[in-house]
Design a protein around this ligand. Structure first.
Ligand SMILES: Nc1nc2c(ncn2[C@@H]2O[C@H](COP(=O)(O)OP(=O)(O)OP(=O)(O)O)[C@@H](O)[C@H]2O)c(=O)[nH]1
Ligand SMILES: [Mg+2]
Ligand SMILES: [Zn+2]
Length: 292
């Protein structure tokens, strides 16, 4: 039995990179029985069936440090939530769902605002919002190379997954860091300002300067999973930071009087867009709870 990392999964085959080479493997039937699906990023134990053709079976998956279902990745150190300053215009609601999901799963995240060449003013505004919310933010351009050195520094010596909508430039950014990945990139449709879903599969790449990075397919929408409205305040770090002073314990920070979170919002210490996302998600999650 040998050990390797699943770097790609396509059509029932898992590509497992060991110290020597890449094996294409199927998963043993026990995975179906245990309803456990191998994920890109997993450390797998494989049984080699053909040493020349580099084929085998995945027979075991080592316990995951963490996992995300969208994008589907495991064992990451950082989720780099990526969006474009414009083209496509970002949905901050979607970005905030990603930060909440990462927080719920205990995964550190940072924000990458790409295409700052197209509108540096608005890129700075997004940067201000997410810095105020407590995140590390990069404003970059895959096109001009602006701050790509900072991106490389952030990626060094850790395993990072780029995540975000289609067309924001995830693959372009990985091409821009100079690692000869030659990833396919696609345009953004003019009419509806949406990406073309160019990247179809999640893939894990080694970095020559140390570390690993996942390129992932972009999404059009994003839904929260397995999160309750009660835990939502703790998943917005900038809200959690102020909630100690509310008059009511269990304050929702929406309608109650004497709420220290709303006071912080009025003082400009919490970004308005983040608070709006919080209120929308709170209502959404509360409805789910009421149905059940
Ligand atoms: N102006 C400008 N265009 C960019 C920049 N980065 C990427 N693009 C363009 O944006 C389009 C989409 O880029 P991709 O790298 O394919 O985007 P992606 O996030 O990988 O998209 P999916 O694979 O569909 O999820 C391409 O036409 C790129 O040339 C940038 O910094 N500035
Ligand atoms: Mg891509
Ligand atoms: Zn409150």
């Amino acid at each position: 039995m040998i050990k390797g990392t699943i770097i790609k999964g396509i059509g029932g085959f898992y590509y497992v990179k060991t110290d020597d080479c890449i094996y294409s493997c199927r998963a043993r039937g026990k995975f179906r029985k245990e309803s456990l699906t191998p994920m890109v990023g997993d450390i797998a134990e494989i049984e080699v069936t053909d040493t020349e053709k580099h084929e085998g079976y995945v027979v075991n998956i080592l316990p995951r440090k963490n996992e995300l279902f969208r994008p589907q990745v495991s064992n990451i150190d950082l989720l780099l939530i990526t969006f474009a300053a414009q083209s496509p215009a970002p949905s901050l609601a979607l970005i905030d769902k990603l930060t909440v999901t990462a927080a719920a799963r205990g995964i550190p995240c940072a924000i990458c605002v790409n295409k700052c060449d197209l509108n540096s003013e608005i890129a700075q505004e997004y940067s201000r919002i997410y810095r105020l919310a407590g995140f590390e933010v990069l404003t970059v351009s895959a096109e001009t190379g602006e701050n790509v050195e900072q991106l490389k520094a952030l990626l060094t010596n850790k395993t990072t997954a780029l995540a975000g909508s289609s067309g924001v430039g995830k693959s372009s950014l990985l091409n821009a860091i100079g690692e000869s990945f030659n990833l396919r990139t696609g345009g953004v449709s003019d009419k509806i300002q949406r990406g073309k879903h160019t990247t179809r599969h999640t893939e894990l790449f080694p970095l020559s300067f140390g570390g690993f990075v996942f390129d992932t397919p972009g999404f059009g929408s994003y839904e929260l999973e397995n999160i309750t409205y009660k835990e939502l305040p703790s998943l917005f770090p900038e809200i959690a930071a102020f909630e100690g002073g509310c008059r009511f314990t269990g304050c929702s920070h929406i309608k109650e009087p004497d709420c220290s979170v709303k006071a912080a919002l009025l003082e400009g210490k919490i970004p308005q867009s983040r608070y709006t996302s919080y209120c929308e998600l709170y209502d959404e999650l509360k409805k789910i709870k009421e149905w059940q």
